[in-house]
Design a protein around this ligand. Sequence first.
Ligand code: HAM
Length: 427
Amino acid sequence: MELSKEPYKGTRDFYPEDMYLQKYIFDTMRRVVETYGYIEYGASILEETALYKAKSGEEIVNEQTYSFTDRGGRDVTIRPEMTPTVARMVARKRQELAFPLRWYSIPNLFRYERPQRGRLREHWQLNVDVFGIANIEADAEIIFVSYQLMKAFGAKEESFIIRINNRKLINFLLSDLLKLKPDEVYKLSKIIDRKDKLEASEFQAQVATMLADRTEAFIKLLNTKDLTELASLIPSNNGVKELLELSELLKARQIPNVVFDLSLMRGFDYYTGTVFEVFDTSALNNRSLFGGGRYDDLVGLFGEEKVGGVGFGMGDVTIKDFMETYGLIPKYKTTTQVYICPINAEYFQKADELAQSLRENGINVVVDYTERKLASQIKTADKQGLAYIICVGDEEVETGKYKLKNLHTHEQVEVLETELLATIKSS
Ligand code: HAM
C-alpha cells in the first residue's frame, strides 16, 4: 500500500505560504497583548491526565482528549487547553510571583473532535490571562484586549459582537429560581450551551425533558436582552451586579458592540463569574470566534490559597476563517530578498562573495547552484516571489557593474558592486 501524503486527520501542514499567515497571526497577537503588559510563558504539551479531570468538564476529558499510559504507567494527556496548565504553573510558584500577573502564550492544543469548519484536532490558541485581580476591572481589561485584537486583525465593529454573561446569574436562575438539583443544573447548562447548535424546536424539546410546563417561561427568560430589566427583578444577585458594572466599564472604554446574552454558557466547568464570547456577525461565517471568562477556584485546587484568574483563548483557525470572510488575509511575501544567478559554475565563487557581503549587511540572499540557463533561474526566483535578481557572468566581473532587476516592478538598474547594498536598501 502506498503511504498517504495527507497529514493526520484534523491537522494541517504549513507550507511556507501558510506559515507566513500563521506568523502574521501570531505576530499580531503578540504585538497587541504586549502593549497591555502581558508577558509570554510556555509549557510542555504533555500533562498528567488528572489535571483535566479536576475541572475542565466531562465532555472534554471523556470524549476529546488524546490520552495514553506511558511506559512508566502514568496516565498522560496531550493538552486540550492551556488554562489548567497555567493555573498549575501559577499555583506552583504562588509564593514567589509578583501579583497581579498578566501572562500570555500561544500553545498548540489537541482535541479529538470531528473535523469541520472552524474545528480541527490540532489548533493554536492565544491564551491571555490575568491572575490576582479580584474586581471587575480585570474582566473589562480582558474583554477590551479581545476587542483590540479584533481591530488589529482589521475587523470593523459591525463585523463582530461580544456577548457577555455571568455564571453567578445562571447558577442563581437554575439552582435558586428553578430549584434544580446540582446534577440537573449541570445537565440543563449543557443543553443551554448547545442552544446555538440546535434547531429551536429541538432545543425546546430538550429543555422540556427537564422543566416540563416551565419550559416556555424559561426560554422566554433566556431570550431577555435587557440587563436593566433583569436587574430590577433580582437586584441582589451578584452576577447581575457584576454584569452591570462590567457593562459600565466597557461603555467607558467605548466598545460599542457588547450585548448581554443570558443563554451564553461556555463549556468549561471552571468558570465562576463573567463569561464572554466574540461572534462573527456575517451570514457567511456566523459563528463563535473565541471566548473566555473568570475562574476564581482553579489555582486553589492545587492546595494553594485562592488566586482569581480571568482570561480567554483565541484560536488561529477561527480567526483565519474570519479574515478570509472579510478579505483580511495579507498577501504572501517571502523573507528572501535577493536571488543571485551565476551564468555557470565558474562564477559560483563570485556569486558567493556578493551574497555574503549582502548577508553581512542584513539582506537575505540565495545563490542558484543548479547550473541551469539564466532564464530558468530567473523563472524560479519569480515563482518563489523574490523581489531582486542579480546575474553574475563575464561582463559583470570585468566591468564591476551589476544589473539589479526588480521582478515585482520589472525595473532594472545598473550599479557598481559597491553600490548594490545601498540600492537594495533604499528601494
Ligand atoms: P474554548 O472555548 O474551548 O476555551 O477555546 C477557545 C477558542 O479556541 C475557541 O473559541 C476557538 O477559537 C478555539 N478552539 C477551541 N477548540 C478548537 C478546535 N478544535 N479547533 C479550532 N479552534 C478551536 C478554552 O480553551 C479556555 N481554556 C480559554 C480560556 C483561557 N479561558 C480562560 N482563559
